[in-house]
Write a protein that binds this ligand. Structure first.
Ligand code: AHM
Ligand code: MG
Length: 336
């Protein structure tokens, strides 16, 4: 790219030329990006910043929180609560919604996030990330904000993205007209546009799934992976490669970069739960990014973005990535 375009300039031009981003939403995205910059600095300090290891607490899903889970959550809340662009926030790390305190002006947007995704990778120095999703407070929902205001399908998102803290810190964003990637320039302290109009190839020879759960999978997932593993000699007629980073952000980032399919399906370990990943903080924003890049995302039966949430911390089965593979796996589910 001959001319450096900062995230700020990208958003200003989107607002001015395309009319895609109202000013409150532009401010919101800039504040989220600034928060990701702070989180990236904390992540980089590692043991020197005293940020590694577990805190003495559990989140609403009964998972032990890492110190960085809590730090990232606080950074996002403190940065976003006073700007006047938000009505409320919801986080994977908080039991219930967080209302913007009365002392600050109220905005019309709702921000949802997984502050630090891939927590099991923090202490071992492997890529982790922040995932975010933006909804509008429904019209006619009254003066206050309630949890019910958040329970909108992913198709209603007005912005979504993630920031991956890896060898580079990269922010990936959609406002509904394609996917753009911005790399953090640490010397300048700004995110710089490094890829526009990201596209996922429709076909792939790479899958991502936690293979240790194979004995717990349902028949359609077993069938798909079994066919991949048979390679050239099998019904697919090609050899497949496998990757599993255990950070959804890093796995999705690879898929947006070179294609592939990612699965965290329902399994028999906890049959009453639809899956491990969270609909509102993980599946919806990633599904929208993937669709915006020409890929597909389903829960095996329906498009993730069409799932109507019934509670904030709802879980969902996730299959996303290269369109032809996702269509195939979804068809296997329909066949039973
Ligand atoms: P987290 O939000 O608590 O970090 O959990 C979500 C993560 C995903 O990033 C990743 O795809 C998955 O959990 C890995 O799970 P597993 O350790 O079962 O392979
Ligand atoms: Mg997560």
């Amino acid at each position: 790219m001959s001319q450096r375009i900062s995230l700020t300039r990208y958003l200003v031009e989107k607002q001015r030329v395309d009319g895609h981003i109202p000013s409150q939403l532009r401010l919101l995205i800039e504040v989220v990006a600034r928060s990701c910059k702070s989180i990236s600095h904390a992540v980089n300090k590692g043991a020197l910043g005293g940020v590694l290891g577990s805190a003495d607490s559990e989140n609403v899903q009964g998972e032990v929180q890492k110190k960085l889970d809590i730090i990232a959550n606080e950074v996002l809340i403190e940065a976003n609560e006073w700007g006047g662009h938000l009505a409320a926030m919801a986080s994977e790390e908080m039991d219930s919604i967080y209302l913007v305190p009365n002392r600050y002006p109220q905005g019309e947007y709702l921000l949802l996030f997984d502050p630090l995704d891939g927590s099991s990778n923090i202490d071992v120095n492997v890529s982790i990330g922040t995932i975010f999703s933006v909804l509008k407070k429904p019209e006619g929902s009254g003066a206050g904000v309630s949890e019910a205001d958040f329970l909108q399908p992913g198709s209603k998102q007005v912005a979504a993205g993630y920031c991956v803290y890896g060898p580079q810190t990269t922010l990936v964003l959609t406002v509904g007209d394609g996917v753009a990637m911005f790399t953090l320039d640490r010397e300048q302290g700004s995110f710089v546009l490094t890829q526009e109009d990201v596209k996922i190839p429709a076909d792939t020879k790479e899958f991502a799934i936690n293979m240790s759960n194979m004995r717990h999978w349902d028949t359609p997932v077993k069938r798909y992976i079994d066919e991949c593993l048979q390679g050239k000699e099998g019904p697919r007629g090609k050899d497949f490669n496998m990757r599993w980073i255990a950070s959804m952000v890093a796995d999705v980032h690879r898929i947006l970069t070179r294609g592939g399919v990612f699965m965290y399906p329902w399994d028999k370990r906890e049959p009453e739960k639809p899956g491990k990943l969270r609909l509102m903080y993980e599946a919806n924003p990633m599904a929208w990014l993937v669709e915006q890049a020409g890929g597909a995302a389903t829960n095996g039966r329906e498009r993730i973005l069409d799932v109507n949430p019934t509670k904030l911390h709802e879980r969902v089965s996730v299959i996303l990535g290269s369109k032809n593979e996702v269509d195939r796996i979804t068809a296997y589910h329909r066949e039973g």
